[in-house]
Design a protein around this ligand. Sequence first.
Ligand code: UT7
Length: 335
Amino acid sequence: MEETKFNQIGVSFKGSGSYVPDQILTNQEISQKVDTSDEWIKSRTGISERRISSSGDNVTDMGYKAALTAIEMANWDIKTIDLIILATSTPHDLFGSAPAIQSKLGACNAVAFDLTAACSGFLFALITASQFLKGGNFQRAVVIGADQLSSYIDWNDRRSCILFGDGAGALAIEATNDFDNLIGFDMRTDGERGSFLNLPSNNNKDLIIDNIDFLTGGFSPIQMNGQEVYKFAVREVPIILDKLLKKTNYSSEKVDWLLLHQANQRILDSVGDRLKIPREKILSNLEKYGNTSAATIPLMMDEAIRNSSIKKNDIIATSGFGAGLSWGAALIKWG
Ligand code: UT7
């Protein structure tokens, strides 16, 4: 077995970054396309507007910009980065977009790869990167969540098109040898309930030559059973967070911020109520961006760090959940 280079026991959080496209789509504007209203969308979801990528903003570009700002906050020499993980379900290149981000950054000593777990993707990627750092072979990692779901939405389906937007966020994390600011985590999937939320492949039969056929590649728009996803989230997220708090010996009063995947304000409030975490501790920027899938958690975190809501040593209980079905939780101390 290869020997580890460092004696590392934990990770610390050194920087955050984010990026959203300029183009804004308001509820009012969506109601010109499908039978809905600003009032319905706001009251059922908390969303007022979302950002939509135009030609200059694919996942690679957005992820790059988010990563660069996180690295700048960390004040790292780019050549010292060992690992880049991009959580995305909508890569610019199906073979993986992380190496393109690595190249744009000039992070020539890093290994970069994509990880797909839909709206849980960022959390899964953060936990994965932390395990690499704790393993002792890598010291510095950038974890990016970026998605461009606008390209995969059925813009005639009012039940789903109102929810999603595009964006990216990133965290810069470093190995430590005397403490661990990823206090605890848990991850779950349940493929049995996978049909509640899909971005499925759509393959058509074609012929290569007379007697050999093949399936063309492509995807159908997002298919979602909103009510089932809602029920799943308000049931499973409090359970996984509650178990994590118990496991790590933290009471919910010790939590400074509840940072959930930004899917629906009613989900955020319901989870907060079940955990007895007051509304003023629930971070939310859904109103401006909607659900940006793998990007919501780092996008929200970056905003709260830059406006000084999240301060050094604050305890953040975070949970991602979504397609798969997949869900996870982490207890983090910022800094
Ligand atoms: O990362 C995870 C991603 N997915 C989610 O987070 C989805 C979680 N689910 C939700 O957020 C909610 O289920 C939705 C916001 C999607 C829907 O809200 P709801 O309160 O569960 O509405 P519903 O599906 O029960 O529909 C209620 C009514 C229906 O009309 P009828 O059958 O009662 O006449 C729908 O046809 O609202 C209608 N409706 C709409 N009306 C106006 C559904 N979408 C719309 C709309 N505008 N956009």
